[in-house]
Design a protein around this ligand. Structure first.
Ligand SMILES: Nc1ncnc2c1ncn2[C@@H]1O[C@H](COP(=O)(O)OP(=O)(O)OP(=O)(O)O)[C@@H](O)[C@H]1O
Ligand SMILES: [Mg+2]
Length: 667
């Protein structure tokens, strides 16, 4: 069945496996950008977080201090009232007036004290809390203040009491309608404020002090009771704003604000409504109320005050019995710190952007500095592979790419040199073979021409020798003629063999047998008598297709050369084996003869190269052998060490078409 996916583009997985083909420069730029964006993002995030946390911590510290300062101002005021009331209660004039019952005497005096010390009321009662004298018009007297918590405490404990207290409307009314009116205001709804059913506030909150008046016998004869109504009294909060926040204005708004709450309602504040009026009558946020009023704990944090976000601190104001009746508040406009934070974020953002842009530039530059030389290398290697061996790469740096460029250039150089050498070698070889062909031609002609006359010389000198009537010296001379003529005939035959372009007459042959046969031809010769012959034949060599007489000639040449090199004394080892690498049969002739000097190794296969004395060697044996082996598609090579011996390796290919068994029949 045919694969249904055949012909489709490779899938994503395959593409990923093969590597997405993206230029190296893009990969570098991309990874650089990723790294820089990631690190800058982390850097920016942590930087902003740290900075924001720092700012929050700073502002909380500051607001805590500001609240302390505000409390200090508040208690300072309370102390002042306390001092005024306490000191006046000790004045003999008061004591006398109480003892004598003539309060008119001190009326002006106490009015003066109230005015000069900026109190809202200063009232004298007897030891039972009955009002003897008031300093506010219309100077009501005769009512009883024993129910008032502060007066009550003084009556019971006979000590000065200094406290913040809630004064009910009737008591305020008794004091003066002006005061009652000052305390009263409507409750206003603001966003996020605590919901309430009340629409009006009629009681008042005051910082008060009540001090006992004693007679000389330390008996309580009266109480002096003075105080400052906090409702719509802005002196305290403005003093806080001035001393703590130095009246600093930020974007048209007071940076710092202070407020005094009566329960949950602002009775004295410099927080402003949108219309610019003081936010009197507005109420606290519910969550803050729960903590400060209900639980009696201070509260610190972001809060929405009237119509802006502030960083705030609230703490409870308690009455004489410790119950929470109000709150002291300070707040700093959050906007300023938001702006600082935003500026910091902006600065961080800009820095990050610059860093990213810079790193993009840098990565582009760096990647180019890598990719451009790599690209050049790629181009040069393409040129090289197309055959231009003059291809070169310019070295532009000393780094690995520089080293690569150097290596490339030296590789190209080496290739060029090799190429030149190869060209020179083939040229020489070509000339040599031309020369050899010429020599061969010449030799063949000369040999052919000389063959017949020489044949005549041999025949006639034999005929002469056969005559009986020749004397001894003549016979000796004739014998020399025969020897030399035979020798000349041998040379001529060699020459003819060498030059003859005879095609080999090939049949299936077993190399081991052929070699054994060649040995038996020579064994009986005198030169071989003292030579140890060692044969190491591999047993099941396949038979191969060769011209047996030609190959035997090669073997005989090898054995004779070895015997001559050993001067008839030594060991000749003949090895046959299957050489699987080139699928051929290898025949090795190793002797322990004189060896061949290095400088001769190249020449021994040349025709007429011989080191043997004249008359002993023509120098054609190896040249002919070489030609025969080549004709058979084989190789012949030599290894030699002077003084130790020589090994000739002959390799003849096994026919790949047919594999033959040992007995010569196809397997
Ligand atoms: N086994 C060997 N050990 C040492 N030298 C050798 C050996 N075989 C060949 N040679 C060297 O190679 C030369 C050439 O050998 P080659 O057989 O071609 O010629 P030759 O033996 O000198 O003469 P001939 O034509 O009679 O064979 C020899 O003269 C000899 O110097
Ligand atoms: Mg020879």
């Amino acid at each position: 069945m045919k694969d249904s996916k055949q012909g489709k583009k490779p899938g994503l997985r395959a593409r990923i496996k093969n590597g997405i083909s993206m230029p190296i420069a893009h990969k570098l730029v991309l990874s650089f950008i990723l790294v820089s964006i990631l690190s800058t993002a982390i850097f920016t995030y942590t930087g902003i977080r740290l900075m924001a946390n720092r700012i929050v911590a700073e502002t909380q510290d500051r607001i805590r201090n500001d609240l302390n300062a505000a409390r200090e101002i508040y208690t300072g005021e309370a102390r002042h009232i306390n001092d005024v009331v306490r000191l006046n209660a000790r004045r003999p004039i008061i004591q006398e007036a109480l003892l004598n019952g003539d309060s008119e005497n001190i009326e002006n005096d106490l009015i003066n004290v109230k005015e000069s010390e900026a109190l809202d009321f200063l009232t004298l009662t007897d030891e039972y809390g009955n009002v003897i004298m008031r300093t506010n018009f219309p100077y009501h007297s005769g009512d009883n203040l024993a129910e008032d918590a502060v007066i009550n405490t003084v009556m019971n404990n006979k000590v000065t009491v200094n406290a913040t207290t809630i004064i009910p409307q009737e008591e305020l009314q008794a004091e003066s309608s002006v005061l009652a009116e000052k305390a009263r205001f409507n409750i206003i709804d603001t966003p996020m404020a605590r919901p309430s059913t009340k629409s009006e506030e009629t009681s008042g909150m005051a910082i008060v002090s009540a001090s006992p008046v004693f007679d000389d016998g330390q008996n309580l004869i009266g109480i002096l009771y003075g105080g400052l109504l906090l409702n719509k009294n802005y002196e305290l909060v403005d003093k806080v704003k001035q001393t703590v926040f130095q009246n600093v204005v930020y974007k048209g708004k007071d940076i710092g604000t202070a407020t005094i709450f009566q329960d949950d309602v602002r009775i004295s504040t410099n927080v402003l409504n949108t219309d610019g009026s003081r936010a009197i009558g507005t109420r606290i946020a519910e969550d803050v109320y729960d903590v400060v009023i209900t639980q009696g704990e201070p509260w610190m944090g972001r809060a929405y005050v009237v119509n802006d976000w502030y960083i705030t601190a609230y703490e409870p104001i308690r009455n004489v019995s410790g119950a929470v009746i109000g709150i002291l508040y300070v707040g700093i406009l959050e906007q300023k710190y938001l702006d600082i934070r935003n500026q910091a974020v902006m600065a961080f953002g800009i820095i990050s952007l610059i860093v990213i842009l810079f790193s993009i530039g840098l990565s582009y530059f760096l990647s180019r500095s890598i990719s451009v030389p790599v690209h050049r290398l790629v181009l040069a290697s393409k040129e090289l592979s197309n055959g231009n061996l003059d291809a070169k790469v310019e070295k532009t740096s000393n780094d690995e790419i520089g080293i690569l460029a150097d290596s490339f250039n030296s590789m190209a150089n080496a290739l060029r040199e090799r190429d030149d050498q190869l060209k020179e070698f083939t040229r020489r070889k070509f000339m040599e073979s031309e020369r050899l062909a010429l020599i061969g031609q010449l030799a063949a002609n000369v040999a052919h021409e000389l063959n017949n006359p020489l044949q005549g010389i041999v025949t006639y000198s034999h005929l002469l020798l056969e005559r009986n009537n020749i004397d001894n010296p003549t016979q000796q001379l004739l014998q020399k003629v025969v020897v030399q003529a035979n020798r000349s005939r041998d040379i001529i035959r060699g020459l003819l063999d060498f030059s003859r372009q005879r095609k080999p007459d090939k049949t299936l042959c077993n190399i081991n047998n052929l070699l054994q046969e060649s040995l038996s031809f020579l064994e009986n010769q005198a030169l071989m008598h003292n030579i140890e012959l060692v044969t190491q034949f591999e047993n099941d060599l396949p038979s191969i297709v060769i011209d047996p007489s030609q190959v035997q000639r090669v073997f005989i040449n090898m054995i004779v050369n070895a015997s001559e090199a050993m001067n008839g004394n030594g060991r000749l080892t003949m090895t046959t084996r299957r050489f699987s690498e080139t699928d051929s049969i290898e025949i090795v002739f190793s002797d322990t003869g004189t060896g061949i000097p290095e400088e001769n190794l190249e020449k021994i296969f040349d025709p007429f190269f011989t080191t043997k004395e004249t008359g002993h060697g023509v120098g054609l044996g190896l040249a002919i052998s070489y030609g025969i082996i080549k004709e058979h598609g084989g190789t012949i090579s030599v290894e030699s060490e002077v003084g130790k011996g020589t090994s000739f390796h002959i390799r003849l290919p096994i026919s790949t078409d047919t594999v033959y068994s040992e007995d010569g029949k196809p397997a």
